[in-house]
Write a protein that binds this ligand. Structure first.
Ligand SMILES: [Zn+2]
Length: 243
């Protein structure tokens, strides 16, 4: 009798502990789930926070503009002509030197598209929408389709003046000698291929072999070494305590 009397509370205590532990465990798993979901959302958006709260790093060469993060309102471009296009003065010198160095290797570059104002982007988008409507889509369908390839006005990296489309805006560019030259040398002149196939989850943009972004020599070399796209790189710098 005594033994069972003594055992009963022990069993109760044991099962109580199991229940408490299960509750704790399920809460913990739930918490991990929330973390995962949050991480997935962040990764998909390629940003740490919502677009409106996004804080740019102080180095203007690392300005982040993507389909979640608009061009900062305070952004100022100092346009400089190169070919028939304009780029920001900050990118001009290294871009010119890159073109000259390539020419010595018998590789020729030209800028197809450089700086684009928000108003110009509106025109580009509207043109794409009209084209789709002429092909029989409704206004809404046409807009949705156009936004797959044309950035919303305010959300194009071309607004910064630090992005250039080179030579041939088509997937064939990836097969060219010019593309191979860039793969080896672009970073030496401060440029990175902004949208790579392996990074679409971060950038939200399909591979674009022709679109290059100026970040300056130091950052371009570091991004190449780490194999980081700009979204990953600014996050990495922030985690290192940079602001
Ligand atoms: Zn581009």
């Amino acid at each position: 009798m005594k033994q069972t009397e003594q055992k009963a509370p022990k069993i109760e205590f044991a099962s109580g502990a199991v229940i408490l532990f299960s509750i704790f465990l399920s809460l913990f798993i739930n918490y991990l789930g929330i973390l995962n979901t949050r991480e997935a959302i962040q990764t998909a958006a390629g940003v740490q926070q919502g677009a409106k709260e996004y804080t740019q790093l102080s180095d203007p060469l690392l300005v982040l503009v993507n389909n979640q993060i608009p061009l900062p309102e305070s952004w100022v471009v100092t346009p400089k002509m190169i070919d028939d296009e304009q780029v920001d003065l900050r990118a001009y010198q290294d871009l010119s030197e890159m073109f000259a160095a390539a020419a010595e290797d018998d590789v020729w570059f030209w800028v197809v598209s450089g700086y684009r104002s928000v108003e110009q982007q509106e025109i580009v988008l509207e043109r794409a929408i009209r084209e789709n409507m002429e092909n029989g889509l409704s206004r809404e369908e046409a807009e949705q389709d156009a936004l797959r390839t044309v950035a919303r006005p305010g959300y194009s990296e071309h607004h910064t003046g630090l992005a250039v489309d080179l030579n041939d805006v088509s997937d064939e560019f990836e097969e060219s000698k010019a593309y191979r030259w860039l793969s080896v040398h672009a970073a030496e002149y401060g440029f990175v291929q902004r949208y790579q196939k392996s990074k679409t989850a971060f950038t939200g943009i399909d591979r674009e072999s022709w679109h290059y972004r100026y970040v300056g020599k130091k950052h371009a070399k570091e991004m190449k070494r780490l194999n980081f796209c700009l979204e990953e790189y600014v996050e990495y710098l922030k985690n290192q305590g940079n602001s």
